[in-house]
Design a protein. Sequence first.
Length: 53
Amino acid sequence: MKSYVCTVCGYVYDPAVGDEENGVAPGTSFDDLPADWVCPLCGVGKDQFEEEA
């Protein structure tokens, strides 16, 4: 699975790690994140993330 980086603060969403503090289990792909999920560091939406090169 691909990682995605927040274009605002640089946070990297790694699907292997997930975001357990916000209810996202490890193994959850970026596409399967809830629509209302936001960056845990700066609070922007999924639309501010880009696939990591």
